[in-house]
Write a protein of this length. Structure first.
Length: 428
């Protein structure tokens, strides 16, 4: 290729990329709420960004968050990671072949785990590099779970597989993955029917639910059955856990709080409707959403009903004294956390992919085309960590220089104008 052809091709590519960026900016300007609009709800826009996908054929399939990163998975297998506080786009990768079925990401402090098709990917959170690739022995029916020693996944035939992380690392170092994935298998447990809930790992035991209506608890070390609890109907909603209690929703209209170690039922709550959505617990507030039955807030320790709101269908986040949720019309609803009284509503129907965030006080939502927005309470530059408070970074105290009174600004506000003009991933 001649120098002139390279210049022409480069100019065309630059024009195309500039056109895409301009189109994304114009779309964002149309649908993003303004700071003035959000201020009426005590909120402000922390940042917004655009995931890497082809909006003409792809749709956002999963958005998940942890204390560090927001993961956006598209139907094509494209996955984009953003810093959850600044909106900086960290990396974007393609996982698996186009349009394979996938499950939402699961992460620990170092790795993000993705199940795409019949393959599990371990991705370094900081860089997006593939740490290892594992071929699963069965068709997965749940996302993975992980502890310090093993990673677990459930399958359509009712099996739960445990893989040794130590063996996975060794096989990877020997360049024997994914062909020799079976050598990393620690054990397999067979349930009655399809495994419907990602396993909950407590350290000593691994708990999971099946469509046969049973909750199974097996030893993490050797898969021995510790206990089995049976309900009258299938269990399809994911389990939740807080401390020594795990929460199970059955289609027999009953919601159970069960001791994770011995299987004893601490309390029951009857909703009168099947529960197919995952429950969420923050501190001692437990949110349960039956089908067409609104939202209940229960005391997680006792099961006592605190309030019921018939118009809410999805939990979004808790920030201060407020609980944020959405209704059937896709509106953002602000309620009083203690009473459930609705304090305001804002139409955000374009952001149809709402994220249930029980880890921090941030609100995340995305459009099907990959535009994501992060909201926070006004003035709360540091997040509140609900699930792992010890992960909040400790900031040094710096005495201001004599004669300076200007308050510190968020990082994205302190950017030079030239940088801010070219940053299409974060804004205030």
């Amino acid at each position: 290729m001649t120098t002139w052809n390279r210049v022409v091709v480069g100019s065309v590519c630059w024009a195309l990329l500039s056109g895409v960026a301009l189109a994304q900016r114009q779309t964002a300007d149309k649908v993003l709420p303004t700071q003035q609009q959000l201020s009426r709800f005590g909120l402000e826009r922390a940042w917004w960004g655009q995931a890497t996908l082809n909006p003409s054929r792809d749709k956002v399939r999963h958005v998940t968050v942890d204390e560090d990163i927001v993961y956006i998975q598209a139907s094509s297998g494209s996955t984009t990671a953003f810093n959850s506080e600044t909106g900086e786009r960290l990396w974007a990768i393609q996982l698996g072949r186009f349009d394979q079925p996938s499950f939402a990401a699961v992460s620990n402090e170092d790795l993000a785990l993705f199940v795409v098709g019949s393959t599990m990917y371990g991705i370094e959170k900081a860089t997006g590099k593939t740490a290892w690739t594992l071929i699963l022995p069965g068709q997965p029916s749940t996302g993975p779970s992980v502890d310090d020693n093993q990673v677990y996944v459930g399958t359509l035939d009712g099996s739960v597989y445990a893989f040794s992380l130590r063996k996975i690392r060794r096989l990877y170092q020997e360049q024997r993955l994914p062909q020799w994935s079976h050598e990393a298998l620690a054990w397999r447990y067979q349930a009655g029917k399809e495994v419907t809930s990602p396993p909950i790992v407590t350290g000593r035991v691994v708990n999971f639910a099946s469509r046969d209506g049973s909750l199974y608890s097996v030893s993490a070390a050797d898969r021995k059955l510790v206990y089995q609890m049976e309900t009258d109907k299938p269990i399809v909603a994911p389990l939740a856990r807080s401390g020594k209690l795990q929460f199970l929703a059955s289609e027999d209209f009953t919601f159970y709080a069960i001791n994770v170690d011995n299987g004893r039922v601490s309390w029951e709550f009857t909703s009168g409707l099947p529960i197919r959505r995952a429950p969420y617990v923050v501190a001692n507030d437990l949110f349960v959403m039956p089908d067409r039955g609104g939202m209940y807030c229960l005391d997680a320790s006792t099961g006592t009903q605190r309030w019921w709101q018939p118009n809410l269908i999805r939990f979004l986040a808790i920030a201060g004294d407020a609980m944020y949720a959405s209704d059937e019309d896709g509106n953002l609803i602000k309620t009083n956390k203690a009473t459930g009284v609705i304090a305001g509503s804002y139409p955000l129907r374009a952001f149809s992919v709402k994220v249930s965030n029980d880890r921090t006080d941030r609100i995340y939502m995305a459009t099907e085309s990959g535009l994501i927005i992060a909201l926070r309470q006004k003035g709360e530059s540091l997040p509140t960590f609900h699930k792992f408070p010890d992960r909040l970074p400790i900031l040094p105290l710096v005495e201001p220089e004599e004669g300076t009174t200007e308050e510190a600004k968020p990082a994205d506000e302190a950017k030079p104008a030239a940088d801010a003009a070219t940053d299409d991933n974060a804004t205030n």
